[in-house]
Write a protein that binds this ligand. Sequence first.
Ligand code: NAP
Length: 259
Amino acid sequence: MDLGISGRTAIVCASSKGLGRACAEALAEAGVNLVINARSPEALESAADEIRNAYKVTVETVAADVTTVEGCEALQERCSAPDILVNNAGGPPAGDWRKFEREDWHKAVDSNMIGAIFLMRAYLDGMAERGFGRVVNITSGMVKAPRDVLSLSVAARLGLTGFVRGIVPAYAAKGVTINNLLPELFDTDRLRNNIGVLAKRDSLSLQEAIDVQLADCPAARMGRPDEFGGTCAFLCSVQAGYMTGQSILLDGGRYPGVF
Ligand code: NAP
């Protein structure tokens, strides 16, 4: 399917690997030129080379921490008028909520809520003036099914989700959509690291700990990052122009509710 976005420009945050990288690749496959970002310059440059070679699109890089003021400014210096913005960053640590200090909560909110809000502040009005824009915020399945062990992530991402719903109407008639993608159990380094911690705690092999996680997943497997990226590219397509303010859960059927 032609997604109708060939020649557009996307900023994809936190995208040298994992879900951000998968979104970047799916957009590149649709002919979108990219600005990709991560903190480690080496991994970022090699991701850029691989994407350029595979998809023949322009790929620029911004090596910066996207959750900081400096990182946000560095992206704006490199790209002042993107058509597409994919907001992403590393997630906050898991742990006992009673043991997190004010500083931990502030850091989570800064990283997984305020950083995305400031990038939207930088770009949404320009998208509206130009009559086209797509924003996809990568959040988490925790937004629909919170768990105490990931309370930092839950609190920050629900804050972002509520904020987004409030601003969606101001942009809907101007060709600009804002949606959230909620991953759960996607096979990335981060997920394997997190499950590795549980494996160590429970004296299991990594595969045994993965199987424990999959026990209540109807799909009986982890999600593939390319499945996630393809959904992101669809949300950025012309075909998805009437879809905005939505939180799309990608979890292999794990969430048991109707809505
Ligand atoms: P990943 O495989 O660890 O990849 C993270 C990517 O983001 C890397 O390219 C990393 O590069 C970059 N990054 C991390 N922090 C950054 C920062 N502050 N500024 C710029 N780049 C940054 O992780 P993932 O599984 O794709 O997760 C992506 C997001 O989805 C996270 O917020 C995670 O919590 C959330 N999530 C994932 C799942 C899942 O099933 N995988 C489930 C729920 C939520 P550098 O380290 O070089 O910066």
